[in-house]
Design a protein around this ligand. Structure first.
Ligand SMILES: *[C@@H]1O[C@H](CO)[C@@H](O)[C@H](O)[C@H]1NC(C)=O
Ligand SMILES: *[C@@H]1O[C@H](CO)[C@@H](O)[C@H](O)[C@H]1NC(C)=O
Length: 229
């Protein structure tokens, strides 16, 4: 009995690690709520004659030229996202007309700048020290123009939020977001152990679970491209 039990614990721990997944939540997902008016559609692009001739581009594989996003010039505008997970990242744009924003994670506020001379998109901020068994609350508020910015209007621009749903919680999290990929894997019900066991035999899915497929409504925003000021 003891031998069997220990074996099972080791087995379960390994499975839990396997089941953690990085989930990319696009800016259009209905789980991101926006406050303030004047959120506009924009894409990531290099603007010849405005941007520096070299140095711009994607920072990592989370975005690429032409990617869609939402942007705002209004200080006080914010977006909010709640999730259960062990880490979270913001996929934003930085450029010469991007300003200061405050990131509040579970009530702890830090100020960051979106200013860079050349334009970039990608993960610009990550928090990796979260308790993966808890719900977390992320609020990002656009607060001010960057002091270095030569432009009158400054912006905050979101492509996506990424989070890691943490060891052992992937199943219940992904079931609600992407049912086709994670059948029968809720860990919170009475069949939890059986489901965990079942998980081992389910064909594994890709690491990044793009929730764009849910086809949720876009937040209220107009679609005219913004003119650099
Ligand atoms: C951006 O959105 C447009 C309109 O919905 C779509 O046609 C286009 O494929 C999107 N671009 C990317 C890179 O996803
Ligand atoms: C933004 O964060 C800074 C630094 O924590 C703080 O001093 C400031 O009051 C915050 N501004 C807003 C609008 O929340």
């Amino acid at each position: 009995m003891t031998v069997f039990f220990s074996y099972f614990i080791v087995f379960a721990a390994a499975l839990a690690l396997v089941s953690a997944a990085t989930i990319k939540v696009p800016y259009t997902d209905s789980s991101i709520s926006y406050t303030g008016s004047g959120w506009m559609h924009d894409i990531f692009e290099l603007r010849p004659g405005i941007d520096p001739e070299t140095g711009g581009g994607a920072l990592d594989s989370t975005c690429t030229l032409g990617d869609n996003s939402t942007t705002t010039p209004a200080f006080g505008n914010a977006f909010r996202f709640s999730f259960r997970g062990a880490s979270v990242s913001l996929v934003l744009e930085t450029r010469a007309d991007h300003g200061l924003y405050n990131i509040s994670l579970d009530g702890n506020v830090e100020q960051h700048s979106g200013y860079t001379e050349a334009p970039h998109c990608g993960v610009v901020w990550t928090s990796t020290t979260l308790d993966g068994t808890q719900e977390h609350d992320l609020i990002v508020t656009f607060v001010a123009k960057a002091p270095e910015s030569p432009w009158d209007n400054n912006y905050l621009q979101l492509f996506a939020i990424q989070y890691d749903d943490g060891p052992g919680l992937a199943a219940s999290q992904s079931t609600s977001t992407s049912p086709s990929k994670t059948p029968g894997t809720s860990l919170s019900d009475h069949n939890g152990w059986f489901s965990l066991w079942l998980w081992r035999f389910w064909p594994s899915s890709s690491c990044v679970d793009d929730r764009v497929k849910r086809g949720s409504a876009t937040p209220s925003m107009s679609s005219q491209p913004r003119a650099p000021s």
